[in-house]
Ligand binder design. Structure first.
Ligand code: ATP
Ligand code: MG
Length: 236
């Protein structure tokens, strides 16, 4: 599904060259839920930005579903982002003048789903994140964790093949963060979405099926966890 080959990103800041990623090789299967951890500055966001087509590599290839992103022009890359990738960031980026349902309906509009059908579909996605009762609330009337769950529903409603989450719990307390992770995990599994989840929080590591640890732009560990204590055992 996702095949990264010799992926290198060098940022230029003035005279200085900073490595974001160094010759990284990684294969992620369809439907896999991968957690990426590592210290600040190790390249986690760089990795997501390259996979999601937000940024382009200095060297190496990003191959998604058999397609090499480096062969895409700007327009195809925009289309790739719009139709294939769902993003969830640390800041929820909801539109404050729209209700939870209307925020989700925006994603459905991209898929030409409008009107009553869109309202029903939005409710279905909000139900996936256990938020359907609050669908008519505005973002300001929701807690941080609830807002993040709306943002997840909005990302899922695009029906992307890849879901990228960059520290989606970074601004939440532990309890809300756990809820966000469990709804994200169960929804991604239900929809068979390939998910890459970046977190600083080591407590989530033991629950994940696969944990990739980065340091200085390189993979230093890639562990698969099949024990009962993993999220798969708990929820799936
Ligand atoms: N636009 C940029 N210009 C210059 N250097 C950058 C740029 N973006 C990232 N970097 C550098 O690339 C490296 C990797 O950054 P990245 O944002 O991927 O780290 P991260 O693992 O996401 O960190 P954090 O946990 O703090 O979010 C860091 O050394 C960072 O300073
Ligand atoms: Mg980051």
């Amino acid at each position: 599904m996702i095949d990264l080959r010799g992926l290198t990103k060098i940022y230029k800041s003035g005279e200085e060259e900073v490595y974001g990623l160094k010759d990284l090789n990684l294969v992620i299967a369809k439907g896999e839920f991968v957690v990426v951890v590592g210290p600040s500055g190790c390249g986690k966001s760089t990795l997501l930005n390259l996979i999601g087509g937000i940024d382009v590599p200095t060297k190496g290839k990003v191959i998604v579903g058999g397609k090499d992103l480096s062969a895409f022009n700007d327009r195809s890359l925009t289309m790739f982002r719009r139709y294939n990738v769902g993003f969830v960031f640390q800041f929820f980026n909801l539109i404050s003048t729209l209700t939870a349902s209307e925020n989700v309906e925006l994603s459905l509009k991209f898929r030409k789903i409008t009107g009553e059908t869109a309202r029903e579909e939005a409710a279905r996605f909000l139900d996936l994140v256990s938020l359907v009762e609050l669908k008519n609330r505005f973002p300001s009337e929701l807690s941080g964790g609830e807002q993040q769950r709306v943002a997840i529903a909005r990302a899922l409603a695009k029906n992307p093949s890849i879901l990228l989450a960059d520290e989606p719990t970074g601004n939440l307390d532990t309890k809300s963060g756990e809820k966000v992770i469990s709804v994200l995990y169960s929804a991604a599994k239900k929809l068979d979405m390939t998910t890459i989840f970046v977190t600083h929080d080591l407590t989530f590591m033991k629950m994940a099926e696969r944990v990739i640890t980065l340091r200085d732009g390189e993979i230093i560990d890639d562990t698969k966890n099949t024990t009962e204590s993993s999220l798969a055992g708990e929820i799936g």
